[in-house]
Design a protein around this ligand. Structure first.
Ligand code: DC
Length: 225
């Protein structure tokens, strides 16, 4: 049986997860948020008292990381780390930084590669991340590179944090986004980059509904489904 895969890559806050979730629901595909996998690794490293840039420390601990992913009854991707559900704990600014730092380590990326590919072998997937179209699923049926201006992405992230009661400022979120864009795009291992055959979709100034409509049209046209 042929399984379809759609790769959605792009910088932090471009709307990848929101749009991927909507799209997955519309198409009946499984949504896989790969950033959550890096966040879970970062969470464990932090829990064990290791700094996010301590490559030797991360290397020592990486084999202790056991991740299970499942979709709950509310269609939420639950992340289970060594038997403990950490889905909510990984969504903090500190874990964003940890995820970005550990994701720059090539051995962390190869440790997680098969897990991601296995999901696409067994399901119709919409997978979002930074290197899905370039490294994880180079044969994806459709690749979208989703972007928006840094200010707009920071505003969206800031509103997300504010809704959760997370204490931060817009300026801080913007600085973090710029730093993360730089780290994710300039690392040696699988940097954030538009695949040659990806279609770029810039959502700056669009409402969610407008972006959703545009992307669904694109998918229906390219996949003929
Ligand atoms: O999408 P996110 O903000 O949850 O991702 C957290 C970090 O994980 C991001 O800064 C870079 C890294 N990441 C990655 O390197 N490759 C992916 N496929 C997904 C995320």
């Amino acid at each position: 049986m042929k399984f379809y895969s759609i790769a959605i890559d792009g910088p932090a806050g471009a709307g990848k997860s929101t749009l991927s979730k909507l799209l997955a629901k519309e198409l009946g595909f499984m949504y896989v948020d790969t950033g959550a996998i890096y966040r879970t690794v970062g969470y464990y490293i932090n829990l064990m008292g290791i700094g996010s840039k301590d490559t030797d420390g991360v290397r020592r601990l990486i084999d202790e990381v056991n991740i299970d992913i499942y979709i709950d009854e509310n269609n939420v991707q639950r992340m289970v780390l060594n038997g403990q559900d950490v889905t909510d704990e990984i969504r903090t600014p500190e874990m964003s930084k940890y995820a970005s730092d550990v994701s720059a380590m090539a051995f962390v990326r190869s440790f997680l590669l098969d897990m991601q590919r296995d999901l696409a072998k067994k399901n119709n997937v919409i997978m979002d991340g930074r290197d899905i179209g370039t490294v994880v699923l180079p044969e994806a049926d459709l690749k979208i590179f989703l972007t928006a201006s840094a200010e707009e992405r920071a505003r969206r992230r800031f509103e997300e944090y504010a809704a959760k009661g997370e204490k931060t400022t817009f300026e801080q979120v913007l600085a973090d986004i710029n730093q993360r864009d730089f780290n994710d795009s300039n690392r040696k291992a699988a940097p954030l980059k538009k695949a040659a055959d990806a279609i770029e979709v810039d959502t700056t100034g669009e409402t969610l509904e407008q972006s959703e409509k545009r992307i669904i049209e694109l998918v229906r046209e390219k996949l003929a489904i």
